[in-house]
Design a protein around this ligand. Structure first.
Ligand SMILES: *Cc1c(COP(=O)(O)O)cnc(C)c1O
Length: 222
């Protein structure tokens, strides 16, 4: 059975409001990226029918399968790549996505520049920061961030919109959200993509401009 996705989306907003009123703060609503990876066509259609248009995917191939055929019917779609991007998929990623959130290394920045110029298509970019400095995780280390920002913004003139992080599973996410925000302020970057199904309300309270919510919108992934 398809979960009530329209209701789930409303619940996400209510949770944000509830947390905000509990803490006595007013938060500007972040953009809700509904993460559709591994979800069925039926659930994706239900989200579109509910009026949702902003979606996130982890893999280029799966994103093409989910979305290439729907672009025409929904010209106002906004697709975010939130999974690691291999250099050999850059052309396809630039062709499909409106926002690429996982820029994390100089080589990838140069490939994106080349491909964006070639296609005349300029998705906006987030730099993924490995705030927990986890060796197995993608993302730019905080110590390498200044150089990467300089390359992306000043040398290559790419549209850098924000920073993104995925906190380590067993740590307090709030510490990582705080670090990401501090880094964004330090480098004068507006966008903050942080918070998933388990912690989006905290992320919103801490200034997220984008939250990436899969399970809480679509139900569990197979
Ligand atoms: C899968 C994924 C999400 C969504 O996770 P949920 O816990 O289902 O909300 C968000 N961000 C990234 C980077 C992901 O890979």
């Amino acid at each position: 059975m398809t979960p009530d996705i329209s209701k789930n989306i409303k619940t996400v907003w209510q949770e944000i409001e509830k947390a905000a009123s509990h803490h006595g703060v007013s938060v500007p609503p972040p953009k809700l990226i509904a993460v559709s990876k591994y979800q069925s066509d039926e659930r994706i259609t239900a989200a579109l029918t509910a009026g949702h248009r902003v979606f996130g995917e982890n893999r280029v191939q799966e994103a093409e399968e989910h979305w290439s055929c729907r672009r025409e019917e929904y010209p106002d779609l906004e697709l975010h790549l939130i999974g690691p991007l291999q250099s050999n998929k850059v052309a396809r990623a630039v062709a499909l996505f409106d926002v690429i959130e996982t820029l994390d290394r100089p080589k990838l920045a140069r490939r994106l520049k080349k491909e964006m110029d070639a296609q005349g298509r300029f998705p906006s970019l987030f730099i993924q920061v490995n705030t927990g400095e986890e060796p197995q995780k993608a993302g730019c280390l905080p110590n390498d961030l200044a150089d990467l920002i300089h390359l992306v913004r000043d040398e290559l003139n790419l549209p850098l919109e924000g920073l993104m992080c995925i906190p380590p599973v067993n740590e307090d996410a709030a510490l990582h959200f705080a670090l990401l925000k501090t880094l964004a302020e330090k480098y004068d970057i507006d966008g903050l993509s942080m918070g998933m199904s388990n912690d989006y309300a905290i992320a919103a309270l801490m200034g997220a401009t984008h939250i990436r919510v899969g399970t809480a919108v679509f139900g569990g992934r197979p």
